[in-house]
Design a protein around this ligand. Structure first.
Ligand code: 13P
Length: 254
């Protein structure tokens, strides 16, 4: 039986009132329906605790959208892994393309954050993916290898044990233009095979999510692919009705 990891990445969206409504319906659904999958939400930092207080379902995990590279000290405006751990966060998204592009995070910074998150026993979700231009130039594999290699270099060959990779082709994010299903399956298989070359890890210990214009209309086809272990959902996760539709779909695929 396949156990998926379904995460809502709310990015810079949602406020107290609609979060309360969202959590109310999510609670009702989760408490009434046994979940075989792991369901999580990545809200803005300031709502992480609200989630941990208000979600009643025991198998629900909280995800942070980012973390600082430093543990503590004079770093105004940052959030540390110790703070995330303190309030019960489980997963931390790292290297999302919006952080790489808009906040100038490079592979080296992301690898250092990855190492810190693992050291404190939280689960990193490493986002990787190519731009449209890189895809057209047939550079996808090279880009993905570079993004993975930087983790190997800083964290060692066993770095991907008990972690998550989210394959998010940049051209598919927020565009309504998801990647082809066969293309995604091929890339996910490549990622697994590439990592296995360096570390013969059990494939159960590495999950690969897909992210990029997922909706309730295409979620099933992606989840039915052999090497798609979950979804990282942006726009379609903002409204509880759409997100719950996807959660329901995932629960019916074995
Ligand atoms: P969309 O689902 O809006 O394309 O966003 C995907 C994403 O960036 C999730 O991290």
């Amino acid at each position: 039986m396949k156990k998926f990891l379904i995460i809502a990445n709310w990015k810079l969206n949602n406020t107290k009132d609609n979060i309360s409504e969202f959590l109310k319906y999510l609670n009702i659904y989760l408490l009434d329906n046994n979940q075989k999958n792991i369901i999580s939400i990545a809200p803005s930092f300031i709502y992480l605790e609200k989630l941990s207080r208000e979600i009643k379902y025991k198998n629900f995990f909280i995800t942070a959208q980012n973390v600082d590279i430093n543990l503590q000290g004079a770093f105004t405006g940052e959030i540390s892994v110790l703070m995330l751990k303190d309030i019960g966060v489980q997963y931390v998204i790292l290297g999302h393309s919006e952080r790489r592009i808009l906040h100038h995070e490079n592979n080296n910074i992301i690898a250092k954050k990855f190492s810190l998150v693992k050291k404190y026993h939280l689960t990193p979700i490493l986002c990787i993916g190519e731009t449209e231009k890189e895809k057209k130039l047939n550079k996808t594999y090279e880009i993905l290898k570079n993004q993975i290699n930087s983790i190997f270099e800083i964290c060692g060959t066993e770095s991907f044990r008990n972690t998550v990779i989210a394959y998010e082709p940049i051209w598919a994010i927020g565009t309504g233009k998801s990647a082809d299903i066969e293309y995604v399956q091929k890339i996910h298989k490549f990622i697994k095979n590439y990592i296995i070359q360096y570390d013969h890890l059990s494939l159960d210990s590495l999950m690969i999510q897909y992210g990029g214009s997922i909706t309730s209309l295409n979620a099933r086809e992606f989840l039915e692919q052999m090497d798609v272990d979950g979804l990282l959902i942006g726009t379609a996760s903002l409204q509880y009705k759409e997100f719950l539709k996807i959660v329901k779909i995932s629960n019916n695929i074995y």
